[in-house]
Ligand binder design. Sequence first.
Ligand SMILES: [Zn+2]
Length: 302
Amino acid sequence: MDAILKQKRAYQQIHADAVKGMLCHAYAVIGGEAETEAFLTLAAQAMLCEQGGCGACRTCRRIKEGNHPDVLHFPRGEKMNVEEAEALLDAVLLSPVEASRKVVLLHHAHKMTPIVQNKLLKVLEEPPKNVHFVLGAANPDALLITVRSRVVSLPIGSFSEAEITRILSAEFPGAGINRAVKLSGGSLDTARFFMSEKGNALAEYCMRALRDCRGAMSFASYSTKGQAFKEYGALLFDTLSILLLYALKGESGFSSVRSSLGERGIVRLLDIAALCRKKLSYHCSFLFALDEFLLALSTAED
Ligand SMILES: [Zn+2]
């Protein structure tokens, strides 16, 4: 994963800024949970390692192990509270111990409450000399606009199928990863989800529904089974859309979906899946949206 992240523009910008000695006071790295966490380590290495983040020297190794004295990690738990924010404000006033600068890594920054974010506003805008912040955020919208305007935003962006294949092969040696790669939509978190038991169940459910859900009895059965995936809401409709697109493109393994729905049926269901997903974002009930899709599916004609 590190080698792939180092090729991303987000990393190259921090690396170039560090090499030029022109680091900004605060960056916000935007991406899925796992890659953002890995990125924070790489960013701290790029900022403190004398070889620009070699990954092998003592500095880099200690950063990776989480015990470099000039890399501060906040919060200790899942979410920063006000006391911890105050401790942070005190900690950044101390001079670096070994390196020429101090790096503060704010993990899961999107989970900070507005009160905590407001407490950090001033230090993010004007930290003490030689202190640099890197925030990791899975959901940038959860950051106050006043915070966003004070940090340099660095989206990691999506991953190609080849990149996800490389990462999953390393993480799940010997396991079948093709379906997870195809359903990932360029997101590593989603790809990993489809390697889990629950993800596998969701993919199977969507695949079978598209192939077999026809008629009133079948509708009732899939409607009931679908309740198990309520917590995944939008992801279920994304998965249906991706599967329909593969069927439309005539990819191998999807011919049964294509032959039972026909091209026109698939196009119509793609529209309905997009509409149902939109309804969820407007807080429409998941089961209501799912039934709407399944109804269209169970009455689809080729
Ligand atoms: Zn190094």
